[in-house]
Ligand binder design. Structure first.
Ligand code: HEM
Length: 459
């Protein structure tokens, strides 16, 4: 095996500079690292050695070919504070058994069951938007999409309506996401029994989420609603034949909740922002919605016809992948594109950086859904485009998210034209977990029916 070190900024002051640049602008730092040093770039971040891996062949080696060598690692330990031991944070036989347990609900033949919930919750939101439009009040796409995806996910998978409790749940989820990221503070290193503010907050969040799950399970036992709860309560470990414990069910329900709604909401917010700031995309989408839906609510069978909506979503996931980085720890030495990856070091995959590679995506900073026309992605080297990850650990909810996103943006554009208040260039926020926009993404709403009336009924 080679001992050749990958290129990257080296030695002395650059170590400190790396950490400072990373803290200031993580996305900018990684984009520059790949541009300067290529698809496998060696980065020393303080005491941590990591490699930024963005070349498709190297990404393939990490997530498919040699995936057993790359475990969840240190960052995911932090996730356990909130999610416990679930699909995102576990490896090996435990992960395999649990993945098999929930998979049936996320297959293409099963996901159609979410459609009535998506349509109902979206219509509820759009009715609210009518009132905001009448009052001339802009709405914040980030907050609106978070609420929408929370409601659809809870109703579809848990059979439980969180609509009334959204603010409380959102506050806990936001605080939980923040906790899952290491800020490099001393308080993070203290043992969990120390009664400091951080540990108290962790306990409060864990307590809230445990109670939340208890309410969902209680609701399920009374109403029989909630296919994911049903599946988990009936799940049997294929090797030992034992049922999942209450703790396992708690951790998995929270994992799916945390992994599923915030990512989809972030993707929806960026997609709508792109529509609001590109009038030609809005026009093409409206035309498609008129042709396929003709003013009615969508049904599952419409999704295949909403091809342009699908391309817009794919392009938003290319430019603004919600999970824009994710790390792995190398168990044994490995070689990526001829460079040595030492055992015990980590690698960082970044869909954001990979998907802005100008050799694979010409004019990478331009939002152009037509690059996804036909089978364009299939012609790219595998793992050039991976907003949902790849290999055995690929996002379990990817088909569900794509279906929901397509339907939601088609329903929105059918009823409203969005006018940006926040401006066309919105920077990424600082969140390390998902790539949210900085601050709010405010849009003014123009109802289509009124627009048509003003234009004398012309479309
Ligand atoms: C646009 C929306 C979404 C994006 C961009 C996204 C992205 C991802 C990515 C990149 C991973 C792999 C992380 C890694 O390997 O470290 C992942 C895993 C996961 N996602 Fe998603 N996700 C989305 C929606 C969803 C939804 C709707 C659900 C469930 C309802 C979900 C549940 C999960 C779970 C449980 C995992 C862990 C899978 C495993 O390791 O077996 N995600 N997601």
């Amino acid at each position: 095996m080679t001992r050749i070190k990958a290129p990257g900024p080296r030695g002395g002051r650059s170590l400190v500079r790396n950490v400072v640049s990373w803290r200031k602008d993580p996305a900018g730092f990684l984009l520059a690292a790949a541009q300067d040093h290529g698809g496998v770039a060696r980065l020393q971040l303080g005491p941590y050695l990591t490699h930024l891996v963005t070349d498709p062949a190297a990404v393939y080696r990490v997530v498919v070919e040699n995936h057993r060598n790359y475990t969840r690692g240190r960052l995911y330990e932090q996730f356990k504070l909130v999610m416990g031991r679930g699909l995102l944070t576990s490896d090996g036989a435990y992960w395999r058994g649990h993945r098999r347990g929930v998979q049936p609900l996320f297959l293409s033949k099963a996901i159609g069951a979410i459609v009535p919930n998506v349509v109902e919750a979206t219509n509820e939101m759009l009715d609210r938007w009518e009132r905001s439009a009448a009052d001339g009040e802009p709405v914040d796409l980030v907050a609106e999409m978070l609420r929408l995806t929370m409601v659809t996910l809870s109703r579809s998978l848990f059979g439980y309506d969180v609509d009334d409790t959204v603010p409380a749940v959102k506050q806990v989820v936001d605080a939980g996401l923040e906790l899952m990221f290491m800020h490099g503070m001393i308080s993070e290193k203290l043992p969990r029994w120390v009664p400091n503010a951080r540990n108290r907050q962790i306990r409060d969040i864990q307590g809230f989420l445990t109670e939340f799950v208890a309410t969902i399970r209680d609701n399920h036992s009374r109403t029989g609603q909630g296919p994911l709860v049903e599946l988990m309560e009936a799940a049997v470990d294929p090797e030992t034949g034992r049922r999942w414990t209450d703790q396992e069910i708690r951790d998995e329900l929270i994992t799916v909740y945390m992994a599923g709604h915030e990512t989809t909401a972030t993707a929806a917010a960026w997609t709508l922002h792109a529509i609001a700031t590109h009038s030609w995309i809005d026009e093409e989408l409206t035309g498609e919605a008129q042709r396929v839906l003709a003013g009615r609510d969508p049904v599952h069978a419409d999704a295949d016809q909403l091809t342009f909506a699908g391309m817009v979503v794919q392009e938003a996931l290319r430019m603004y992948p919600p999970i824009w980085i994710y790390p792995r720890d190398a168990v044994d030495d490995d070689e990526l594109n001829g460079y040595h990856i030492p055992a015990g070091s980590s690698v960082v995959l970044s869909p954001l950086v990979s998907q802005r590679n100008p050799e694979l995506f010409p004019n990478p900073h331009v939002f152009d859904p037509h690059r996804f026309a036909g089978d364009a992605v299939k012609r790219l080297p595998r793992l050039s485009y991976y907003p949902f990850g790849g290999g055995p650990r690929m996002c379990v909810g990817n088909l569900m998210a794509l279906l929901e996103l397509k339907l939601v943006i088609s329903m929105i554009t059918q009823r409203f034209r969005l006018e940006p208040v926040s401006g066309a260039q919105v920077p990424y926020g600082h969140s390390i977990i998902s790539l949210r926009p900085e601050g709010e993404l405010r849009v003014r709403l123009r109802p289509r029916t009124r627009e048509l009336a003003a234009a004398g009924g012309r479309s």
